[in-house]
Design a protein around this ligand. Structure first.
Ligand SMILES: C=C(O[C@H]1C=CC=C(C(=O)O)[C@@H]1O)C(=O)O
Length: 433
């Protein structure tokens, strides 16, 4: 694959280890006393900060013991093969055996195989985690560089960025509304059933963007979502593509949205109308079917509820379905993410037609927005969310935010624009806008 470099030079893009040692990794997990707020432990200016948090549990990490950058259609498979090799040779000593302890890699993958963003799988050199009241610290290094004891320190609170401007990305709001109208016409004439149309906006700041500030704000305000950061991609997603834990796979599928008003009584009435909206139920059904169909070949039994529930978030409410299955084969969480991506919650139905419409009408590279983001452990267990409600830090003072909406025959373009604005709120608020 070839991409244009910034000076217009054509550069070959290849899958390559960013940092790999020829000697095996040495991994130590020690149980520690509860360290409190995990985000506050990320050192100021830490290299490669990573985060995966929900309701106070999860982990933060920093430093890089190993990493691989992959591209194209094999971006998942190449990362998986590299991970297997790393795991096979690693020497692990762990006092805790909870998901996320021991050797873990954190990753994020582009929505499209054509995106130069490709995929990254990264092994932090320090991880601090907590789950169900048990806390740990993991260190990872090459044998020649065995780490000393990690001193955990609470950093001084990070400063808030000062937003100096915000502008449309690939399309203006009006152009995007026209693109949505074009998508609706194609659906109405029978070209496809559903497509998810996304847009981007760019936010500039006068001071450097400190990821810790955004992470702290997201984790506090959206604590029932998964707050994540991997390689400059930061967000708080309510959608779990899949969790694999000890032979069980679960997925939280979202599609169908209504904005909240801030008035609890009114929001309750809106939740009722969302649960009865035939347009939203149709949009939701495509998403559930896409995930259930992709999971079925890997499962000996599955539970797919017949009707969705309404998930309440501070900015919006979604139709949500939790699917569960018993795996009948040894397929890793990353392999599962590869087979489930892209679900109709971010692409559409049929998948290939929707993918082509997205490439034609959105006129932007989604990068790692709407791709799988999460982590995998040495057993192949892990959690992969869909990178939604997020931004990519493009420079110390610029971040690009993304939001998308499922479009079906009954969609109203201006209502979709308003819905995309509501989906941008978590990141806008985190930035202090
Ligand atoms: C594509 C996004 O949301 C998806 C997930 C939940 C609800 C959605 C919707 O109602 O359109 C989208 O399918 C996004 O937030 O960028």
């Amino acid at each position: 694959m070839l991409i244009a470099g910034s000076a217009g030079v054509v550069l070959p893009v290849v899958t390559m280890p960013l940092l790999a040692s020829s000697s095996p990794l040495v991994v130590r997990t020690r149980r520690i006393a509860d360290p409190g707020d995990l985000v506050a432990l990320l050192p100021a200016g830490a290299e490669h900060p990573v985060t995966w948090l929900r309701e106070g549990d999860g982990f933060v990490g920093w430093g890089r013991a190993a990493a691989i950058h992959t591209t194209g259609t094999s971006r998942f498979a190449d990362a998986e093969a590299w991970w297997r090799d790393l795991v096979d040779s690693a020497v692990v000593r762990a006092e805790v055996s909870l998901p996320g302890s021991g050797l873990v890699a954190v990753g994020s993958f582009a929505f499209s195989a054509a995106s130069p963003a490709g995929g990254i799988l990264h092994v932090p050199s320090t991880v601090v985690g907590r789950r169900d009241g048990v806390s740990w610290v993991t260190t990872v290094s090459a044998p020649a560089h065995l780490p000393g004891e990690v001193q955990l320190r609470r950093s001084a609170p990070p400063s808030a960025p000062v937003v100096t401007g915000s502008h449309d990305g690939a399309l203006t709001g009006e152009q995007w509304t026209e693109a949505v109208a074009a998508a609706v016409s194609r659906i109405q004439r029978g070209d496809l059933d559903k497509v998810v149309m996304a847009r981007d906006i760019v936010i500039d700041t006068g001071t450097a963007i400190d990821p810790r500030h955004l992470l702290g704000r997201l984790a506090a305000a959206y604590d029932n979502t998964w707050t994540y950061s991997v390689d400059g991609l930061i967000g708080a997603t309510p959608e779990m593509l899949l969790r694999r834990e000890k032979g069980l796979v679960t997925s939280r599928i979202l599609a169908g949205t209504i904005r909240r008003t801030g008035d609890d009584e009114h929001d309750l009435a809106l939740a009722g109308s969302l649960a009865r909206s035939s347009k939203d139920l149709e949009e939701h059904e495509y998403a559930v079917r896409s995930v259930a169909d992709a999971l079925r070949p890997h499962c000996s039994s599955m539970n797919v509820p017949e009707s969705p529930f309404v998930l309440h978030l501070p900015n919006v409410m979604h139709l949500a379905t939790d699917v569960a299955g018993v795996l009948h084969e040894d397929v890793s969480s990353l392999d599962l993410a590869a087979s489930l991506h892209p679900s109709a919650a971010v692409c559409g139905t049929p998948t290939l037609s929707a993918r082509d419409v997205i490439a034609e009408l959105e006129q932007m590279d989604r990068g790692r927005y709407a791709g799988p983001v999460g982590w995998i452990d040495a057993d192949g267990d892990g959690e992969w969310g869909i990178a939604l409600r997020c931004g990519i830090i493009e420079s110390s003072s610029r971040i690009r935010l993304f939001a998308g909406c499922g479009i079906v025959a009954g969609s109203e373009p201006s209502a979709e624009l308003a819905e995309s604005e509501a989906k941008l709120l978590p990141m806008r608020h985190a930035l202090g806008e």
